[in-house]
Design a binder for this molecule. Sequence first.
Ligand code: NAP
Length: 277
Amino acid sequence: MKTIVVSGGTDGIGKAVALTYLERGDEVVVLGRNTEKGDALLVEAARRGAADRAHFITADLSLVGETRKAADEIRARFAKIDGLVLCAQHFRSTRLVTAEGFENTFALYYLSRFVLSHELEGLLSAASAPVVVNVCGPGIDFGEIRWNDLGRERDYTGIDALMQGSRLNDLLGVGFAQQHPESPVRYVLLNPGSVRTSFSGEYDPVMAEQIEAARENAKPVEEGIQPVLAALDAPPSTPLSASTMGEPLELAGSAFDPDAARRLYGLTAVLLADTAS
Ligand SMILES: NC(=O)c1ccc[n+]([C@@H]2O[C@H](COP(=O)([O-])OP(=O)(O)OC[C@H]3O[C@@H](n4cnc5c(N)ncnc54)[C@H](OP(=O)(O)O)[C@@H]3O)[C@@H](O)[C@H]2O)c1
């Protein structure tokens, strides 16, 4: 029986992946901030005969402290993880700073994925063919990392924060492979294309209209999760890979720059050290 951990598994792609593996007879751990949605998922799991294999851990993943606590709980309760699926995301048209002082998109889209990836590497390594599937935005060739303003204090826009987050996640993948050179864990950066999900977020009226239009043209979740399932079922042979809509991407260019990845790892380690409990 596999153990699959899904961050942001209460809706959209994460939820569909979670239910798929519960249906197949595997064990699934969902991390989410919304207990009502978490309870509903457990009810749905029970309805499908998977009550004893479904677990929900409440965590606001925009907070490093809560993300670390969730990782600690997983380490305490499970002996191995076969798949870690990173999906938690929440768009914000207006800038928000968390109680820990980080800009919300930076904290949720990037920092929580950094913490979960690195802190669960040991448990992943205990599985026979472990894989991290980071569902993000590789292959989109825009988005600037503002190295001296990662929290985007100057001229914030939600799209810029989101696109920066995607670039940071590309480098997180490169950095993960650098930091764990002997690890059996395969790290997959995966862009599913446009999928009709909940698009969790707080949108201004213009953006809300655009999102509604995008949802109408997007593919259904059952179709959108196929590349995620494929990566979980048959992890790639290389330590790091990236794909968009099932098409492999070359790990070249500034998006996957090894020096930038080392720089980001160092910067992140300093930021996280400041939040150490
Ligand atoms: N859908 C697409 O077209 C598309 C395209 C490219 C890439 N992606 C990427 O795919 C990933 C999954 O997206 P999706 O479309 O499935 O998104 P979604 O339907 O909006 O789901 C996002 C999940 O994250 C959770 N979440 C939000 N804020 C959280 C927090 N502070 N703590 C814990 N959980 C939180 C949400 O829970 P709540 O219900 O509580 O908000 C929800 O379960 C995202 O990283 C997204 O950027 C999606």
